[in-house]
Design a protein around this ligand. Structure first.
Ligand code: ADP
Ligand code: ZN
Length: 437
């Protein structure tokens, strides 16, 4: 079952022709419309006409999250704002979010790749899909929503949270597909177990899980607890949102919809392209996006590519499940958290030492973020009341900056281990990435 067999199953050679044609026109488009690209192309001594083959991709400069931050909010848009019908945003490294835009055609393409994703997962027009990804600036909810509508499935746009109601709707409406983060799915599964619901009233058969890393073991647990097939979907708002890549039912890695998103894997240190099968940083060029095209965007996600054909018949390049990050970004309850955000909040408040540690754990299925902060001897010896007030202030500011609940623990000087070289700011006890163990 394919959504768009003409494009998904063509021989690799034919897709490469399409990619080259699209790449050439993309390079011309950004050069003509985006001052940033004009400048970096000039600096690299490149003109759009220099791109003659797909191998020439490697000559193009990378785009990074820093470039997005420098041009906040709309500086990298390649079409006038009046042609932009939607913006989304995700948390940036310091307070200001990363903003992305879509023309009407971009929204159509997004719906198309999400319809492909859902079809990859075996979802059809006959399914009832409960979308428990967050709706709003986050791309998860609306991304899946548009794809599911395009496919013709029956959409329940419930968004995340209110687990009891989720379970009620699931029974009453006969939900067959659950779309949410894997950690929320685990939470739902546990509440479902505790609530002694009549299991014959749960008709779930597929889970479409993404927006954060999850291991194969966690997938198996979800499959047995919810009696479903769990499918991994991958995306990031900079590229389009969900819909960049998806597993199919053969479990052979994630198909990257590479007629729209041209992937490379590079050595994150040297920037050199790596051959298929080698692990490195995923870099993506958006071949068709109009409002917010990106040339060689460094995702900071670690993976490897496969070119061998998949038994399902799709000829897209595939990637392994995400194996890690090159930076210290954490995803806590679906929200991106950077240690630098915590640092700037602490600096703003003052009153603490510059030593802090983020401790993330999963108690039951829910992520808990604890922030340890050292205070000076003087402050620590102060009245308990003062310490409590300070703790509350830090907690309030962190919660408003990060957008998630946080527990703050003030600790004595020298409690946090000093490292040689690069400071260790994060202890993640959740064990989320697939590493051959
Ligand atoms: P989105 O809004 O699509 O979640 P964000 O920009 O907020 O996008 O976050 C994207 C990041 O989330 C990715 O760069 C990656 O680190 C992580 N992510 C998304 N999907 C997956 C997945 N299936 N497996 C592992 N990590 C994922
Ligand atoms: Zn396949």
């Amino acid at each position: 079952m394919y959504w768009n067999a003409d494009l998904e199953c063509v021989p690799l050679e034919q897709r490469r022709e399409l990619q080259l044609e699209r790449l050439k026109s993309l390079v011309r488009r950004v050069y003509e419309n985006v001052p940033h690209y004009q400048r970096v192309f000039r600096e690299a001594g490149l003109r759009p006409d220099d791109i003659l083959t797909l191998d020439d991709l490697a000559k193009l400069p990378f785009t990074t999250k820093d470039d997005l931050r420098r041009t906040y909010p709309f500086g990298l848009f390649a079409t006038p704002l009046r042609n932009t019908v939607r913006v989304h945003a995700s948390s940036g490294t310091t307070g200001k979010p990363t903003v992305v835009g879509y023309t009407r055609q971009d929204v159509d393409i997004w719906s198309e790749v999400m319809a492909r994703t859902l079809t990859c997962a075996g979802v059809t027009q006959d399914d009832i899909i409960q979308i428990a990804y967050g709706y709003g600036l986050f791309t998860g909810g609306l991304g899946v929503h548009y794809g599911a509508e395009k496919l013709g499935a029956t959409v329940i746009p419930v968004s995340v949270g209110n687990t009891k109601r989720q379970i009620m709707l699931m029974q009453d409406f006969g939900t067959t597909v659950l779309a949410c983060t894997p950690s929320y799915a685990l939470h739902l599964a546990e509440v479902l177990e505790e609530s002694r619901v009549d299991r014959t009233r749960i008709r779930l058969r597929v889970g479409v899980f993404g927006a954060e890393p999850w291991t194969k073991q966690m997938g198996r647990e979800l499959e047995s607890k919810l009696n479903i097939v769990a499918i991994d979907i991958f995306g990031l708002s900079e590229i389009i949102g969900p819909g960049v890549a998806s597993e199919c039912l053969y479990n052979t890695g994630l198909h990257i919809f590479d007629d729209h998103f041209l992937p490379e894997v590079i050595d994150p240190v040297t920037g050199k392209q790596l051959p298929p099968g080698e692990e490195g940083e995923l870099v993506i060029t958006t071949l068709t996006k109009e409002a917010f095209p990106l040339i060689r965007y460094r995702t900071r996600d670690i993976t490897k590519l496969y070119e061998e054909p998949c038994p399902c018949g799709r000829t897209h390049v595939r990637m392994s499940k995400i194996l890690g990050r090159t930076d210290d970004m954490l995803i806590v309850r679906g929200v991106n958290v950077f240690p630098s955000q915590v640092e700037s909040v602490l600096l703003e408040i003052g009153q603490t030492e510059p030593h802090y540690l983020l401790v993330v754990d999963r108690r039951g299925p829910l992520d808990q973020l604890e922030v340890w902060v050292e205070v000076s001897d003087k402050v620590f010896a102060d009245e308990v009341r003062h310490l409590e007030t300070l703790e509350k202030t830090i907690q309030r500011e962190l919660e408003s900056t990060l957008g998630i609940g946080v527990k703050v623990k003030l600790v004595e000087p020298k409690t946090i281990e000093r490292s040689q070289g690069k400071a260790k700011r994060v202890v993640d006890k959740r064990d989320l990435y697939n590493r051959d163990k």
